[in-house]
Design a binder for this molecule. Sequence first.
Ligand SMILES: Nc1ncnc2c1ncn2[C@@H]1O[C@H](COP(=O)(O)OP(=O)(O)OP(=O)(O)O)[C@@H](O)[C@H]1O
Ligand SMILES: [Mg+2]
Length: 337
Amino acid sequence: MANSFGIDIGTQNLKVFSGSNNQITNIKNAIAIVNKNQMYAYGDSAYSMHEKAPESIQVSFPIVSGVIADFDNMQTMLFEVLEHDLKGKIKGSDIVVAVPTDITEVEKKAFADLFSKSKNKPHSVRICEKPIASAIGMGIDVSEPTGVMVVDLGADTTEISVISLGGLVLSELLPFGGNQIDESIVTYLKRNYNLVIGQKTAKQLKEEIGSAIEGRGEKLTVVGRDVVSGLPIEMEIESDVIYNAIRSDLESFCTNVKLILEKVPPELAKDIVHAGIYLTGGTSKLYQLTELFSQVTNIKVNAFDEPQESCVRGLGQVLSDAKFKTYGYSMKTRIFK
Ligand SMILES: Nc1ncnc2c1ncn2[C@@H]1O[C@H](COP(=O)(O)OP(=O)(O)OP(=O)(O)O)[C@@H](O)[C@H]1O
Ligand SMILES: [Mg+2]
């Protein structure tokens, strides 16, 4: 479908599928504000100012814990991305936007309102539950009477869901993800090594030498500030230091996956054991996380390339493939059903 967009508005990354060229764009979901509410920059350039900007510029993230925290700026940024960066037209377009399952109907409607309550009226605005879109994006036939477990490990949220017959049997949205792992690294290095680093450096350590299982054996040299002298210093950090810093976060991921597994009706549990757990979201790229999950649950774990994009890829299929059309629904029809 030419003039159409599939949109996954994450806490850290905004992913857009554009129907005109079937391309996926992934940019940082950040805005830089001056004079209290004026947008100065957005996307990757706003993110690059994070932790570096003077007091007059504030970098913020319009989505917090999976829900919209700053409606106006989110709407402005989406307009800029869709109309200027991607050279699309919101007016007259068909839009499908992804929403977490375990939030209120009012919070879900706000995602649709970002587009339907704009000056440039789209032709249609539908929403699609994130776990369903992710499953479709991973090539799973969600309409089957087969239990499918999807664990979306994002930046600020973890959504654990069980799907059967195109609907959600269980879904829980937990308010932690990759950002909390970064914070644990910051705290650990400060407490144990007297080293103060920023969140971006913590993220780099996690992504480059972090691991969900001990013994990765990599090293990375970072620059931070020494707590005692107050001066910048260089320090070489080993993988196992990062592993120890994030251990308790990994344990809580595992505990929550197990808690949901315990609630799954037995017939569906059988399917999950047979097909395995499906991992998606950027945090699922953490080195050896699939191995850890399968060790802890005793169930096979499936991971795909580009897990950050499985949801938006699924939205693209909801827009373009008649077979998946019904998974996008308009808020009105659902509320008054
Ligand atoms: N190689 C990697 N190892 C560990 N974590 C990674 C890796 N690559 C990306 N991440 C993490 O993935 C997260 C971003 O993933 P994603 O784009 O799925 O989040 P989001 O959709 O913006 O957030 P949410 O779904 O919580 O709203 C970040 O925390 C990032 O640090
Ligand atoms: Mg996400």
